[in-house]
Structure formats: structure tokens, C-alpha cells
Design a binder for this molecule. Structure first.
Ligand code: HEM
Length: 359
């Protein structure tokens, strides 16, 4: 049965991603048609709680190898479709996302039990932050109160994946206390976003900066960047992602809590687009084969969407910070295009490989 659940969950989450990118562009200010009035406002929860919630939980369900673990990604995509179907389904969908992340927490607990290690605990901490963010949103608080928990979810999950893949260099003794100190600052920052939001976002920014420096210092990418082909491509994705995470962290420390608008856009998307999508570009050759059981055909063409992502994000962030609307609009549009081009190149690579296997 899991043979069907994997491609089905992956295909549905990619549909959610595509609709969410459309929602993002409406939210940015492109005056384009929409099939439902709530679409633009749903961009954030759809992207994180539904799409990433499903994608990452799916990866874990595959690793755990238990059918019940697929309930988490399935409920996340179902909630996404409910949100798109009707505004009246928003509240049940939000609670379904809470259920999905609670199920994912159980999957994480099973993984920790099977393999107690720093990375499994960190993954579980990431799931907890997703769950808390989803509960805050389901209780009806504004998204800017939940969003910092969602930021932590993605940063902790990606850091844990780097640890899991053993892609960190031989760690010196001081690396562990530094890691725990960064994690403690992140935890304190998150709690403060609830109690004293402005100070909380700044402290959380310090934690995020700590993760960016820690990953940049210890990731094996610093060495593999001197290789060629796929390892070099992955290294460039990762190192550019860490730089974006560092910049996002500095913006968080600078601006503090803001409920909406261009600086808010800059703080969030340096991390969500610059860091998270660079990681997806770099990890796709590892994630897709694991989830689908299909290899990915690396091609140097993958550099084009990465380059477009970086340049368009620079445009967007300059537009945000300097309040130049046209730069922000075009930068955001090209961000979405970069993601689409990467998806097309990856899908083409998989199809070509399948066809050549059959021939
Ligand atoms: C790729 C193109 C993207 C575009 C054009 C875009 C656009 C936007 C815009 C315009 C906003 C509102 C900012 C404001 O208040 O002015 C926003 C908010 C947000 N975005 Fe994106 N976004 C994109 C990608 C992403 C990605 C990849 C993620 C997650 C990984 C993400 C997650 C969010 C979240 C959580 C919010 C906060 C929502 C809220 O407060 O209502 N976005 N986005």
C-alpha cells in the first residue's frame, strides 16, 4: 500500500505547492485571477503547515516504514485542499493540520526510540515547533504570532538532516557546547516571541544566526565545493543557503516583531526562499530517490534556477528594504519562476532516466 501512498502524497503536495506559489504572487500584489477569495491570505499556512508539513512528514514516514506514519502527510495535504475548497472549511482545516503535526510528533517519537541521537532529538524538536505554530494559528491568533515557530520548524529540521546525513566534518570538542548554546538561545527566543514578541524575534534571530554560522563552519560543503559535478552543486546550494539564513537572522535582530509589510517579507523570505529552497535544490538528489525510490539525473542545468533564485531574491530584498515596489514585485515573481524551473528540470531528469531504463 505504501507503494501508492508515496507518489500520491508527493503529487498532492506538489499541487499544493503550485497553488501556494500562485497565492504568494497574489499576496505580493499581482492583480491576477483567483478561484477563491481567501487564497492570498492562505499562502503562509498552506506553504508551511500543509506543503512542508506533508513533504517532510512523508520523508520520515518512508524512513520509518510503517503504514500508519503516512497518516501525517495525508492529513496535511487533505487540510490544504480543504483550505482551498472553501473559506468555511478554514477552521476544521486548521485543526486537521494540528492533528497532522501531532501524528508527525508520534512518528518522530518512534524514530527517536529506534535511534536515540542528537539529530533525531533535533528533528523531534522541529516537529514540536511545527505543532505549536499550528495550534497558535488554529486558535485564531494572527499568523505573525505563529510564523516564528514555523521558521524554527524548517531551520531545525534542515539542521537535523545535515547531521543525519553525516555531512558535517569531524566536529571539534567545542562544536557540541556551541550547538547546545545556539539551541538554547533559539528556545528562549521562541518562548519570548509569545511573551515579549519584539525582544523574542530579536533573540530568535540571534539563535538563527548561531545556526547559520555553526552550519557554515562545520558542514562538509566547505570541502566538497572544490569537487566537480553533483557534489559541487550541492555544496554551492548549501553554502548560499547558510548565507541567506545568516542575513535573515540579522534582519530579524534589526527589525524585531513586525506584523506585515516589506520588512516582514524580507525577514521571512531570506529564510524561506533563500535558505529553505536552496536546501531543497541541494537535497533533491537525495530526497527524491529516498521518497520515490527513483534516482535523479543531475544536470548542470540545475545551476540556472539556483542563479535565478539568488539574483531575484537580491532584487526582492533590496525592494523590501528600500521600499521599491517594482523590485519587490518582479523579484517575488522570479523567485516563483526559479522554483518552477527547478521542478521541471528535476521531473524531466526522472522521466528521461525512466525511459532510458526501459529502452
Ligand atoms: C517564491 C515566492 C514567494 C512569494 C512571491 C511570497 C510572497 C509572500 C508575501 C507577499 C507575503 C506577505 C508579506 C507581507 O506582509 O508583505 C508572504 C508571507 C509569507 N510567506 Fe511567502 N512568498 C514566497 C515564498 C514563500 C515560501 C517558500 C514560504 C515558506 C517556505 C513562504 C511562507 C510565507 C509565510 C509563512 C508568510 C507569512 C504569512 C502571513 O503573515 O500571512 N513564502 N509571502
Amino acid at each position: 500500500m505504501t507503494k501508492y501512498l508515496r507518489p500520491l502524497s508527493l503529487a498532492s503536495s506538489i499541487i499544493i505547492l503550485l497553488v501556494t506559489l500562485w497565492a504568494a504572487l497574489l499576496r505580493l500584489g499581482w492583480d491576477w485571477p483567483t478561484f477563491t477569495p481567501q487564497l492570498a491570505g492562505m499562502h503562509g499556512p498552506l506553504m508551511i503547515a500543509s506543503f512542508f508539513g506533508a513533504l517532510i512528514a512523508l520523508e520520515r514516514a518512508v524512513a520509518l516504514g510503517k503504514t500508519w506514519a503516512y497518516l501525517s502527510p495525508i492529513t496535511a495535504v487533505l487540510a490544504g485542499f480543504m483550505m482551498l475548497a472553501s473559506g468555511s472549511l478554514l477552521v476544521p482545516a486548521a485543526w486537521l493540520l494540528v492533528l497532522s503535526s501531532a501524528l508527525y510528533l508520534l512518528v518522530g517519537a518512534a524514530v527517536v526510540q529506534r535511534q536515540p541521537a542528537i539529530f533525531t532529538w533535533l528533528l523531534e524538536a522541529g516537529v514540536l515547533t511545527l505543532l505549536i505554530g499550528n495550534v497558535i494559528w488554529a486558535l485564531g491568533y494572527p499568523i505573525f504570532m505563529a510564523v516564528w515557530w514555523w521558521v524554527a520548524f524548517l531551520v531545525l529540521t534542515i539542521t537535523a538532516e545535515r547531521l543525519e546525513l553525516g555531512r558535517l566534518q569531524r566536529l571539534p570538542a567545542y562544536a557540541f557546547p556551541a550547538f547546545y548554546a545556539v539551541s538554547a538561545i533559539t528556545g528562549i527566543g521562541l518562548l519570548l516571541t509569545w511573551l515579549i514578541p519584539d525582544a523574542g524575534v530579536r533573540v530568535l534571530g540571534l539563535g538563527m544566526l548561531g545556526y547559520a554560522v555553526w552550519l557554515g563552519r562545520f558542514d562538509i560543503a566547505r570541502r566538497t565545493i572544490r569537487q566537480t559535478g553533483l557534489p559541487q552543486f550541492i555544496a554551492i546550494c548549501l553554502l548560499s543557503g547558510y548565507a541567506w539564513l545568516g542575513l535573515g537572522a540579522v534582519l530579524m535582530m534589526f527589525y524585531g516583531q513586525i506584523p506585515a509589510g516589506p520588512p516582514y517579507d524580507a525577514m521571512l523570505h531570506t529564510i524561506f526562499v533563500g535558505f529553505v529552497f536552496a536546501m531543497i535544490f541541494g537535497h533533491a538528489p537525495i530526497i527524491f530517490p529516498a521518497v520515490l525510490g527513483l534516482p535523479i539525473n543531475y544536470t548542470p542545468k540545475m545551476y540556472w534556477p539556483l542563479l535565478l533564485l539568488v539574483l531575484s531574491l537580491i532584487m526582492r530584498i533590496v525592494g523590501d528594504v528600500a521600499l521599491i515596489r517594482s523590485l519587490r514585485l518582479w523579484g517575488g515573481l522570479l523567485n516563483a519562476l526559479a522554483i518552477l524551473i527547478f521542478l521541471v528540470i528535476t521531473a524531466r531528469g526522472i522521466i528521461q532516466l525512466k525511459l532510458s531504463e526501459r529502452a
